[in-house]
Design a protein around this ligand. Structure first.
Ligand SMILES: Nc1ncnc2c1ncn2[C@@H]1O[C@H](COP(=O)(O)OP(=O)(O)OP(=O)(O)O)[C@@H](O)[C@H]1O
Ligand SMILES: [Mg+2]
Length: 330
């Protein structure tokens, strides 16, 4: 698959009263055309900040995108976009589905108008045509009786239905990339599965590239072909779904896997990861997972591990793979 979007050494900070919160610290990955890239990690590890950077939605200040950060799309670094270029990019090339549909929708505006407005923003068409396109889109995301539903307000939809509306809005302008930031976290488990199915269906119909952001590895198994595991603003491990689910190298990935139920593993004991992530205002010099890692060696506490390769595209930042390290810790 060919590369469509490449994030390279992305560093994003927020200037707060407590100091500089280094939310994203040197993140790199690529999203392939038509593929699904999952970005996984615990709360606060920088997933949404990364997504916002790709959408040009980091407020500056308090946010700051550090020098030497790049996000390449079609040979251009989108971080150098003008306001006009961002407007053209957002919606038509890349769009985002947020977790909280209720907060993202306008409560006082008919659903139909909210979708049609997005269409009008990017397509040269009249209001009637935009309305018809919006109605078609509502049908495509599985909302029955779209003609009637177009005239209703967000509160008249259930949580799952509202998330479908969000998907309709995100897809209204036919973007090549869709970022789904925890699209199902607020929903019941069965509805979560429906939404993931819907995303998969639309993705294959439209040959879209999906960047799926979640803290739940269980959701990823079904959809992603490439996975990036983030921790405290850094990428700990990346690889294909097979690499990560069956040949995980980083102790953090292993810990994440033990924390989710797996259908292919029979009955297992789930083990939550003990401890908490480090303070990102004073990030540790060594491996950020050091304090919580059951394999930690002295070196991990003060020196940042390099990325070791285990085959094409499978990399993990962990000192255990230094030729002189003995797995199992000191
Ligand atoms: N506007 C902001 N001001 C200050 N700090 C922020 C701001 N936005 C994000 N951060 C910090 O950046 C870090 C990364 O946040 P981010 O929202 O990317 O986490 P996340 O991985 O998406 O977590 P979750 O799974 O909870 O959504 C967090 O420590 C957060 O507190
Ligand atoms: Mg988030």
């Amino acid at each position: 698959m060919s590369e469509l979007l490449r994030v390279e050494n992305l560093r994003v900070s927020y200037h707060t009263y407590a100091g500089e919160a280094q939310a994203v610290r040197g993140v790199s990955f690529t999203a392939d055309e038509g593929g699904t890239l999952a970005v996984v990690g615990e709360s606060g590890c920088g997933k949404s900040v990364t997504a916002r950077a790709i959408m040009g939605l980091i407020p500056v200040p308090p946010g700051e995108i550090k020098e030497d950060s790049h996000i390449w799309y079609e040979g251009k670094d989108i971080l150098t976009f003008s306001k006009k270029e961002w407007q053209a990019f957002r919606g038509a090339e890349c769009s985002i589905i947020f977790q909280d549909a209720l907060a993202s929708l306008n409560p006082t505006m008919k659903i139909g108008k909210q979708i049609a407005e997005t269409v009008l923003l990017h397509h040269e068409t009249d209001k009637m045509q935009a309305w018809r396109e919006a109605e078609g889109m509502l049908g495509k995301v599985g909302i029955s009786d779209p003609e009637k539903r177009m005239h209703q307000y967000p509160h008249e939809f259930s949580g799952g239905m509202r998330q479908r509306v969000m998907i309709a809005i995100a897809l209204a302008c036919g973007p090549r990339i869709v970022i789904a930031d925890e699209p199902t976290t607020a929903l019941d488990v069965t509805i979560q599965a429906d939404i993931i199915e819907l995303l998969k269906k639309l993705q294959s119909e439209r040959h879209m590239t999906v960047i799926l952001i979640t803290h739940d590895l269980g959701i990823v198994a079904d959809m992603a072909d490439k996975i990036v595991v983030m921790y405290a603003g850094e990428v700990m491990e990346e690889g294909t779904d097979t690499d990560l689910f069956y040949h995980a190298k980083h102790p953090y990935t292993e810990a994440l896997l033990k924390a989710v139920p797996r259908l292919d593993m029979g009955v297992q004991e789930l083990a939550p990861i003990e401890g908490t992530p480090p303070d990102i205002v004073h990030p540790p010099e060594g491996c950020p997972f050091y304090e919580r890692c059951s394999h930690a060696m002295r070196l991990c506490g003060y020196r940042r591990p390099p990325a070791y390769e285990f085959g094409e595209g499978h990399r993990a930042r962990c000192w255990l793979y230094h030729p002189l390290a003995e797995r199992g810790g000191e």
